[in-house]
Ligand binder design. Structure first.
Ligand SMILES: Nc1ncnc2c1ncn2[C@@H]1O[C@H](COP(=O)(O)OP(=O)(O)O)[C@@H](O)[C@H]1O
Ligand SMILES: [Mg+2]
Length: 366
């Protein structure tokens, strides 16, 4: 099939790389002529409000999907005139606004931190009064990698946070003292079939994902089932075809939803080597109407993100059992430039390699 992908970043690139063996071809839409996916498929440049450019992109495509959640909903809906768009653009609406998203979780009986809508300084004071400190003030839209957020620890933090973020629509969330962060990645087919990946454990540094361990250690069956239930409810309610990720906080054994991503997710990159079928391949299978593949584990895997700078590739490849993925992006502080996954059937071998890679990575950070 001819598959169109909205967004030409690393996720689009990895979707195409997973889809070529299945016989598909790929075209990307991105405002930037530099978009890294342009190296692995045709790239159409344009802005999301340019109907003409969207039409050019859609011409001859059999199905359209997206690799980032800030695709304007109007653009996705317009494209539905030309080819099926999966996942359902309703998923964009639910995921683009943190307030809508948290309310949506609540309607599906998925636990979240307490939250309040903040549209004015008076709202902020009232929200702090209700939720107490510490709390996290976030922009409702367009935040990623920890951007657009301020942790409020004392009343004196409010003024600075308000002057930084107060010109945008905001949400105040209770600060969750989580034991750890987990996520679940799930794929649903157009026919309503589900595949779940095991819960993984994520470590963030400065709000950016740094490491994923798959499977997460010490997960109970009850926790795995609870997380699958959250994904199941979301994907069913949205009549969703494709891969979805739900980020979770574990608190005293319970799982609270933090946010969802209606797309393949960084915490699923390990699955390229660590699962029978990767999150990317399953996404492509889902949106093209093909049967889903097994999410069974192949040993254990740890994924490390390469952020801002990358060690010498040769040094990383020397490390036993390592698999390097570079995204062809110019280095910039805080930017995800690639990732490296260690996969092994032996925990000791895996831990030795991960330690070696972490030493290389920390050696390149200024
Ligand atoms: N309410 C909260 N309580 C505690 N930590 C939080 C809270 N919200 C976010 N964080 C921390 O900040 C990280 C990034 O926040 P998140 O809401 O996931 O935004 P982003 O879209 O930037 O990933 C989370 O993974 C978590 O480590
Ligand atoms: Mg997040």
């Amino acid at each position: 099939m001819r598959v169109g992908i909205l967004g030409g970043g690393q996720l689009g690139r990895m979707l195409a790389l997973a889809g070529y063996p299945l016989g598909h071809t790929f075209r990307f839409f991105d405002p930037s002529p530099e978009a890294g996916a342009g190296e692995v498929g045709e790239l159409v440049n344009g802005s999301y409000d340019e109907e003409e450019a969207l039409k050019r992109f859609a011409d001859g495509l059999d199905v359209i999907t997206y690799e980032f959640e800030n695709v304007p909903v109007e653009a996705a809906r317009l494209l539905e005139q030309y080819a099926p768009v999966h996942p359902n653009p309703a998923a964009l609406e639910a995921a683009q606004d943190r307030l809508v998203e948290k309310r949506y979780f609540r309607t599906l009986n998925i636990p979240t931190a307490q939250f309040r809508d903040v549209d004015s300084r008076a709202d902020l004071d009232a929200a702090v009064e209700a939720l107490w400190l510490p709390a996290v003030l976030k922009t409702r839209r367009e935040g990623y990698d920890g951007k657009g957020q301020r942790v409020l620890r004392e009343p004196s933090d409010l003024d600075a946070a308000w002057s930084d973020l107060g010109d945008k629509a905001l949400i105040l969330e209770q600060f969750v003292r989580f034991d750890r962060e987990l996520s679940i990645v799930a794929t649903r087919s157009t026919g309503g079939d589900f595949r779940y990946y095991p819960l993984v454990e994520n470590t963030h540094v400065d709000g950016i994902l740094s490491r994923t361990v798959a499977p997460a250690p010490d997960v109970s069956e009850r926790q795995q089932r609870a997380a699958e239930g959250y994904a199941h409810r979301i994907q069913t309610a949205l009549d969703y075809a494709g891969t979805l990720a739900v980020e979770l906080f574990e608190v005293d054994g319970l799982l609270m939803a933090n946010e969802m991503a209606p797309r393949v997710h960084n915490s699923g990159h390990w699955s390229i080597e660590g699962a029978e079928t990767s999150q990317f391949e399953n996404h492509i299978r889902a949106v093209t109407g093909q049967p889903l593949g097994s999410t069974g584990l192949r040993g254990q895997a740890t994924m490390l993100n390469l952020i801002g700078t990358t060690p010498d590739p040769a040094d990383m490849l020397k490390v036993d059992a390592s698999h390097l993925h570079l995204y062809s992006k110019a280095p910039r502080p805080g930017r995800k430039l690639g990732h490296i996954t260690v996969r092994s059937d032996h925990l000791e071998r895996l831990e030795t390699s991960v330690a070696a890679l972490e030493a290389l990575i920390s050696g390149t950070e200024e």
